[in-house]
Design a protein around this ligand. Structure first.
Ligand SMILES: Cc1cc2nc3c(=O)[nH]c(=O)nc-3n(C[C@H](O)[C@H](O)[C@H](O)COP(=O)(O)OP(=O)(O)OC[C@H]3O[C@@H](n4cnc5c(N)ncnc54)[C@H](O)[C@@H]3O)c2cc1C
Length: 400
């Protein structure tokens, strides 16, 4: 395992941290009160070269590694998880295309979106009201009609949906086959793609989600990504990669909670001393620091595996649930350490707590991550020799 960064990646990491300090952290609270798409910050992030990092050079992108993407997600997530989600959402929208589309398709449909003067957005459309964790229940249909497909259905929770120029849509071409009948399509914005209900959220208000309604949306047959029936595989391969990005945002939140709580613990005095000198507080800070560090290591390992072409389903699931649980626990502990001040909007940590909760839900809930990790562990253990062999321990007892 080698995490060393190239000079280019090191500069990107520094640039992302400097960008967060100047453009994200000082404005995040004010921006979330507006509850609208943070256009200006996103424009600046685009100009700073912090978006679309994974698009291959053949399609006009920088072709950076997933590991370097996690550095940008951690840095921006430290400032505001909502803004980080908005800025990094093209990763989720375009990764299925990087995974399954041809270079010609990427050049035709993605390159024009990432090479202009202004940021353009894609949106990942998998979830429906009746199909959340159970992707096989997708009801959106794609029907072949000559040289076209016709798409009908309603997606929900679509991040950057109202802003998107291109939708990556998972629709069923053979509903009776469930997940095996799912196919992946690129659907350009048109009169047949409509923005529905805008979701109102508890946190991460600096990212916007909506329903997207497809009403007889006709697309050329070259908008099919891979083959019919490849959709589920493409979606799962995508999530194995992008979950490291969510884990990186979570690591940023977990670290921010440590830093804000520690700063406060140094300056807040009660009983004639700083509260940080009470062992009850410093032990909490130690646990919080360890959680953030563990989240960072698992996240980088999962990303590094993907970059090496090593299957990382189990490790990206570990990273996603451990890092987002760390973010939630650290944010809650930071509120506790700051006492009444922790609960006030004027201070930084109540927002961390609201923002962190979503990290345990989107891109697959943490129960689903545990399901993925658990089933991988069971599969791997089937042929595992631990060196301990029970030959006979009673009638009908298992022989290991
Ligand atoms: C702010 C936000 C942004 C999002 N962005 C996008 C996006 O851009 N594109 C997109 O397609 N989707 C997006 N989503 C959808 C998100 O991925 C889903 O909300 C998530 O996968 C869970 O689906 P659900 O909400 O329908 O919950 P459900 O699947 O109904 O789950 C409800 C509860 O049951 C549990 N559960 C379900 N199945 C099992 C099981 N087998 N074992 C144990 N527990 C189980 C879940 O863990 C959860 O606790 C977003 C969601 C939110 C809230």
């Amino acid at each position: 395992m080698d995490y060393s960064l190239s000079e280019k990646e090191q500069k990107l990491w520094e640039r992302a941290k400097a960008f967060t300090l100047e453009h994200i952290t000082p404005h995040a609270h004010e921006l979330e009160k507006k509850n609208e798409f943070p256009k200006e910050v996103v424009q600046k992030a685009f100009e700073a070269g912090l978006m679309n990092l994974h698009i291959p050079t053949e399609a006009g992108g920088p072709g950076l590694s997933l590991l370097s993407e996690t550095f940008v997600s951690e840095a921006t997530g430290y400032g505001c998880a909502g803004l980080a989600t908005t800025i990094m959402c093209n990763n989720l929208a375009f990764t299925p295309l990087v995974v399954g589309a041809t270079t010609e398709q990427l050049k035709k449909y993605v390159e024009p979106l990432i090479t202009g003067k202004e940021p353009k957005f894609g949106a990942f459309c998998l979830t429906e009201r009746g199909a959340g964790s159970d992707a096989g229940a997708v009801a959106t249909r794609a029907v072949r009609d000559g040289d076209e497909y016709i798409i009908n259905g309603v997606k929900c929770y679509t991040t950057n949906g109202p802003q998107a120029s291109l939708f990556t849509v998972f629709a069923s071409t053979q509903p009776e086959l469930k997940t095996k009948g799912l196919s992946c399509f690129m659907v350009p914005k048109s009169k047949a793609t409509k923005v529905g209900h805008i979701e109102n959220k508890m946190g991460q208000k600096n990212s916007i989600q909506s329903e997207i309604i497809f009403e007889d949306a006709r697309i050329p047959k070259d908008c099919l990504v891979g083959k019919e029936g490849d959709g589920f595989r493409i979606a799962m391969t995508t999530l194995d990669k992008t979950r490291a990005g969510i884990a990186a945002i979570a690591t940023g939140v977990a670290q921010r909670a440590v830093d804000e709580a520690a700063k406060f613990a140094n300056i807040r005095h009660q009983f004639g001393q700083s509260i940080g000198r009470f062992q009850g507080i410093s032990f909490m800070l130690a646990d919080m620091g360890a959680r953030a560090a563990a989240a960072r290591q698992l996240t980088r390992y999962a990303a590094w595996m993907a970059d090496q072409g090593i299957r990382n389903s189990k490790d990206s699931a570990y990273a996603k649930f451990l890092a987002s649980d760390a973010a939630m626990q650290n944010a809650t502990d930071a509120v506790q350490i700051m006492g009444g001040y922790g609960y006030l909007e004027e201070y930084p940590v109540e927002k961390l707590m609201r923002d962190a909760k979503l990290l345990q839900i989107y891109e697959g809930t943490n129960q689903i991550q545990r399901l993925v990790a658990g089933s991988n562990i069971l599969r791997e253990s089937a042929n595992l020799d631990t060196g301990f062999h029970v030959k006979y321990s009673g009638r009908d007892a298992p022989v290991m």
